[in-house]
Write a protein that binds this ligand. Structure first.
Ligand code: FNR
Length: 199
């Protein structure tokens, strides 16, 4: 059984270290997970004026969230919080009122920064927002990545074996978490994975 994971990069920067981190995470993830990026850079700034008639960018974004079995946020911390572009995207996905696309989606939150706290404050803010949006979150392990350029290759390779091992462990736990949540929220989905259970 393959689980479709939509991943969101919280940075719009071409040279984003979090984009590099996402490649490393995908490289070590269990083969049960298939990854598709859900871009956030083309979304206008959200206003509830759009609620009556969402533009194509907003519709596409919500459809991509809803088509995913799970979501993975890979984001920097900007000024001790969520980058504006990512918060804007989350606001789009949460609306119109009563049509919150994040409800019951299993999510992982991870991020890298050159500094020692490794996006911990951003992740705390994200947990608050995603709790309000009723998205179950992987609580453990937490993953605060201090980014050292020498450790990460552009192709997803990780030179530091300890870091590589931790990222592998994180993705193994994330995969198990997505399966656990879907077993409750979408049991038919899990049934498809086990031919013996098909009637
Ligand atoms: C930062 N940076 C940063 N780092 C951090 O650990 N905590 C913070 O609060 C901030 N604040 C912040 C604000 C703004 C506007 C910028 C541009 C940067 C540094 C940040 O971690 C670094 O630039 C990373 O490279 C950002 O990740 P991406 O965009 O490369 O993925």
């Amino acid at each position: 059984m393959t689980y479709q994971i939509g991943y969101l990069i919280g940075s719009l920067a071409k040279g984003s270290i979090n984009r590099t981190l996402s490649k490393a995470l995908i490289a070590v993830a269990p083969s049960d997970l298939a990854f598709t990026e859900i871009p956030i850079g083309d979304l206008p700034l959200y206003s509830w004026d759009y609620d009556a008639d969402f533009p194509p960018e907003g519709r596409r974004f919500k459809e991509a969230i809803e088509a995913s079995d799970g979501l993975l946020f890979v984001s920097p911390e900007y000024n001790r919080s969520i980058p504006g572009a990512l918060k804007n995207a989350i606001d789009w996905g949460s609306r119109p009122w009563g049509q919150n696309s994040f409800a019951r989606k299993p999510v992982g939150i991870i991020g890298a920064s050159p500094g020692g706290i490794g996006t911990a404050v951003m992740q705390s803010s994200m947990r608050s927002v995603l709790s309000f949006l009723d998205a179950p979150q992987l609580n453990s392990p937490e993953a605060y990545i201090t980014y050292r350029a020498d450790d990460f290759g552009d192709d997803g390779t990780v030179a530091n074996e300890s870091t590589a091992g931790f990222l592998r462990h994180y993705m193994d736990e994330y995969c198990a978490f997505v399966q656990r949540v879907l077993a409750v929220t979408a049991p038919g989905h899990i049934g498809d994975s086990d031919p013996a259970s098909t009637k």
